[in-house]
Design a protein around this ligand. Structure first.
Ligand code: NAD
Length: 516
């Protein structure tokens, strides 16, 4: 596939979408997304506050690790109770700060509680000490691996899933024995602050093990420069590059959860009603502002028109607003609205047709109603780039091989969906992406046991599942001598030719094994 995307690799990484990195003191002002009215003001944390937060987190990180799995579980359970009890208030705060419906906000609370239950049930199994085998001739040694925490993890979060996305990372980092300083998005800082307050109530003996640090991008940079031992960043590709550049200087390890341009593949044998229902929701939920939102559907020619008609009918029932009946909320990032419009206009110029909506679906400066485009050329921006709005591009393909080739040629590789009655698993296996739902949309994100992450411009590392716990720990390999070897291989006290004899014995055994 020829992509016309412009890479931002060589753009200035010191400027960000939210402004100037040189001004860490700028206040953070949140607004009620339904009305645009001011909600609250927070002082923005600068380098001194970031350094103090990391220092106090570090002073309690050792105590947190020393508690062991059982001691940490008692406190994680207490925190889980606090979050569950405050769940409805948290959902209303997410609704206010982010704009999504209260019901969608509740799903974030539910998701976070699911991740907490997962780590409570699995942290010791995944991270606890496990014995490994010793090689022939090393029977006098016992060997094992235990996982150690990094120390203090800096978590920098986005606004689009302000609780579930950074929250799941925080949960895994804590369960692995780290202390955490969370820098929530400047659009949705209240949710992060509430998480930190819930921690202080639940864990009074180690209150600084989780702290929230409010501020803009400059505060994120201050957190990195304060000497955290690992950074977990979720956000745009452009900001991810700036974070990676800062971490490179101190060789700070990173988890990068960046953007996506997720595709659905609809095969000729798909159940079209099911496919249309899931793809419409997967593209439009959260007003399309999900890293794993479905942005493009590659639909096999034989079923293209029928599928497009069904999607169009469903999408027409989806209205943006902040009332109880609205299925999607506003677009809080005002700078995204021209991007959405540009992508739609680009597709129309290249010959696509808008069967729902079009370039002028933005009503005011806040709400964008759905757009569904058909006959979109595979190299249109809307098909190759993250549009991050309530837009679905439908691309006609001759067969699923062509669809797979389009997906694998893209610069991102986050999530995907495959719809086929008989071949879903086979098609899924060929996709070079981090996650796939077969005959469903985004379902992988609802299973806390499944690792979540991508490749290419979508970033690296994993959250969720066993891999999420491993991500926030490193292996400490230990071998311990329990007896006396027949021949020493780790002192100078060995007869000449000892290694030659050992090598000959191993060579004979390998040749004999392969001959039989
Ligand atoms: P963003 O990159 O503007 O900001 C993300 C966070 O990084 C914010 O807290 C911001 O203050 C901070 N930040 C920005 N520039 C920084 C810098 N130079 N140094 C340090 N910190 C910096 O992204 P956003 O608009 O909040 O989030 C939307 C993006 O996030 C989309 O691209 C979406 O696909 C992606 N996302 C990815 C995942 C995932 O799991 N892969 C999940 C949610 C969102």
């Amino acid at each position: 596939m020829t992509s016309t995307r412009t890479t931002d690799a060589d753009q200035d990484l010191t400027a960000t979408r939210d402004g100037d990195l040189a001004d860490p003191t700028r206040e953070v002002v949140t607004v009620d997304q339904a009305t645009g009215r001011e909600l609250r003001r927070y002082p923005a944390a600068g380098p001194a506050q970031a350094a103090a937060a990391v220092a106090s987190a570090r002073s309690q990180a050792g105590g947190w690790w020393e508690l062991g799995f059982a001691g940490r579980a008692v406190r994680l359970r207490a925190w889980r109770r606090e979050i569950a009890a405050a769940g409805e208030d948290m959902a209303r705060l997410i609704h206010a700060e982010n704009g999504k419906s209260v019901e969608d906000a509740r799903a974030e609370v539910l998701g976070l509680l699911g991740h907490l239950s997962f780590v409570l049930g699995n942290a010791e199994r995944v991270l606890g000490r496990h014995e490994v085998t010793t090689p022939p001739g090393a029977g006098h040694q016992r060997a094992w691996v235990e996982r150690l925490p990094y120390g203090v993890v800096g978590v920098i979060g986005p606004w689009n899933f302000p609780l579930a996305t950074p929250g799941a990372i925080v949960v895994h980092a804590l369960a692995a024995g780290n202390a955490v300083v969370l820098k929530p998005s400047q659009l949705t800082p209240g949710v992060g602050v509430v998480l930190g307050e819930a921690w202080r109530r639940a864990v009074p003996d180690l209150p600084d093990v989780l702290q929230a640090l409010v501020g803009h991008a400059a505060t994120g940079q201050a957190l990195i420069h304060a000497g955290v031992d690992k950074v977990a960043f979720t956000g745009s590709v452009r900001s991810g590059r700036a974070v990676a550049a800062a971490c490179a200087i101190t060789l700070t390890p990173m988890l990068l959860e960046l953007g996506g341009n997720d595709a659905a593949i609809v095969a000729a044998d798909a159940d079209l009603d099911e496919a249309a229902a899931h793809v419409t929701w997967g593209a439009l939920q959260n007003a399309g502002q999900g890293c794993i939102s479905l942005e493009v559907a590659y639909v096999v020619d034989a079923v293209h028109d029928a599928f497009a008609q069904k999607v169009a009918a469903l999408a027409r029932t989806v209205r943006a607003g902040s009332d109880e009946q609205a299925l999607i909320g506003p677009v809080p990032l005002a700078s995204q609205i021209p991007v959405i419009r540009h992508h739609v206009e680009d597709a129309l110029l290249r010959g696509a047709t808008a069967v729902v909506g079009g370039p002028h679906t933005a009503s005011g400066d806040r709400y964008v109603h759905p757009t569904v485009l058909v006959d979109v050329p595979a190299d249109a921006l809307v098909a190759t780039e993250e549009t991050f709005g309530p837009v679905l591009a439908i691309v006609r393909v001759s067969d699923t091989d062509e669809a797979v080739a389009h997906v694998n040629a893209g610069p991102y590789g986050l999530g995907s969906a495959v719809f086929s009655r008989d071949h879903g698993d086979v098609i899924a296996r060929r996709l070079r992406v981090g996650m796939t739902s077969v005959n469903d949309a985004l379902a992988f994100s609802q299973n806390p046991a499944l690792p979540f992450g991508g490749r290419g411009d979508s970033g690296y590392g994993r959250k969720h599942g066993d891999e999420g716990l491993l991500e926030f720990s490193y292996p400490h390999a230990v071998t311990s001598r329990t007896g006396t070897p027949a021949t020493s291989t780790t002192t100078f006290d060995r007869a000449p030719g000892t290694v030659a004899t050992a090598l000959a014995a191993v060579t004979d055994r390998i040749l004999a094994e392969d001959a039989s």
